[in-house]
Design a protein around this ligand. Structure first.
Ligand SMILES: NC(=O)c1ccc[n+]([C@@H]2O[C@H](COP(=O)([O-])OP(=O)(O)OC[C@H]3O[C@@H](n4cnc5c(N)ncnc54)[C@H](O)[C@@H]3O)[C@@H](O)[C@H]2O)c1
Length: 335
């Protein structure tokens, strides 16, 4: 049984990582770390985890076999370096880091420690993503030419009244993690690389400032792959934000020389159409923390090859997202 310690007792730990770990054979979450004592204690009692630490050094020295990092992106670098100092394998949430130099330092530290660093791209483990990858590989839609990956998230949340007016606290927090492309779009960028098996050789972006954040809150990223495929990733954190009723859009469209695959989460549609006709595919959600932890448990026990996304996958997706976001910000300010 592998003893796992989790750093960062927030939203994704609560709904994703901790429930998945509790359902996974071969590992157990035995210790939690969070600098916020209140969040730590709420998470400890809800998930029945006895050992909780607000001191990171004490947490690291508490007899762990591996670490899951679910802190904000700005804390990933320091958390990973601490795990490297204890030679512990790490599964780190995306984005790996907000800065390429930080991501490279994390990778070097883990390599020097001889411990693996994986990135929590849980979308890869969704049965939907896996069906798409298998269908592409078997040529079910001919040669893939174009991917349209769209996530328009209005991020409705608690409104707070500050000195500068009413702000959406939830959206503000997410915008601090590099904006929508670095925070969420990295999943879609990673899927585009993973599904096509073709590296991105060029990237161009457009951005819209619906609200007054530093980064654009609605972004379009065009990626050219080495094999000639084009990917459009469109991500928004402000789409319909002023509407009382939430109106999300989450769509994958994969267009090939012989047909297309379409997944629409909100309409619960997933189908393939090609020259042979139409086929309904088995619908599922876009995330799968259980699948990711099953593989984490297996590789910790057995070692060897793994389907867990690598630190290099994390670095590549984050670099494409951050570079394009920063270029748009510079263009806007004339810098
Ligand atoms: N894979 C996914 O589908 C998915 C979904 C949501 C969020 N995320 C990612 O997970 C991470 C956490 O997101 P969240 O929404 O849970 O955030 P959150 O703000 O709800 O929680 C973060 C927690 O980390 C704690 N924290 C702050 N500084 C810390 C530090 N230095 N070390 C350890 N813990 C620290 C905070 O007190 C808080 O409890 C982010 O990187 C985010 O992008 C991934």
């Amino acid at each position: 049984m592998a003893n796992i310690g989790l750093m960062g007792c927030g939203v994704v730990a609560d709904y994703g990582h901790l429930p998945a770990m509790a359902r996974t054979d071969g590992l157990e979450c035995v210790a939690l770390y969070d600098p916020d004592a209140v969040r730590l204690s709420i998470t400890q009692s809800k998930h029945r985890i006895e050992r909780g630490y607000t001191d990171a050094a004490e947490f690291m020295a508490s007899g762990l076999d591996a670490v899951a990092i679910t802190s904000p992106a700005t804390a990933h670098h320091d958390n990973v370096l601490l795990a490297a100092a204890h030679r512990l394998p790490v599964l780190c949430e995306k984005p790996l880091a907000l800065d390429q130099a930080e991501a490279e330092a994390m990778i070097s530290a883990m390599q020097a420690a001889g411990a693996p660093l994986w990135v929590g791209f849980d979308y890869r483990f969704s049965p939907v993503s896996q069906q798409i990858r298998a269908l592409i590989a078997e040529g079910a839609i001919g040669r893939v030419r174009d991917l349209r990956l769209v996530y328009l998230w209005d991020l409705h949340g608690r409104e707070v009244r500050g000195q500068d007016g009413v702000r959406n606290q939830r959206r503000e927090g997410r915008m601090l993690e590099g904006g929508p492309m670095a925070d969420c779009g990295v999943h879609q960028i990673d899927l585009a690389r993973w599904w096509t098996g073709s590296e991105v050789v060029d990237a161009r972006a457009e951005g819209v400032w619906v609200e007054g954040y530093a980064a654009p809150d609605h972004m379009y990223l065009h990626l050219d792959h080495a094999d000639g495929t084009h990917t459009l990733v469109e991500i928004s954190y402000s789409y319909g934000a002023s509407c009382p009723e939430a109106c999300h859009t989450f769509v994958y469209e994969i267009i090939g020389t012989d047909g297309l695959i379409r997944y629409d989460r909100e309409r619960r549609e997933f189908w393939l159409r090609n020259s042979q006709g139409s086929r309904e595919l088995t619908f599922a959600g876009e995330k799968n923390f259980d699948g990711m932890y099953a593989e984490f448990s297996r590789v910790l026990a057995q070692g060897g090859e793994t389907t867990l996304p690598t630190a290099l996958d994390g670095l590549t997706a984050t670099r494409l997202a951050m570079e394009s976001t920063l270029a748009l910000m510079r263009r806007r300010t004339g810098g």
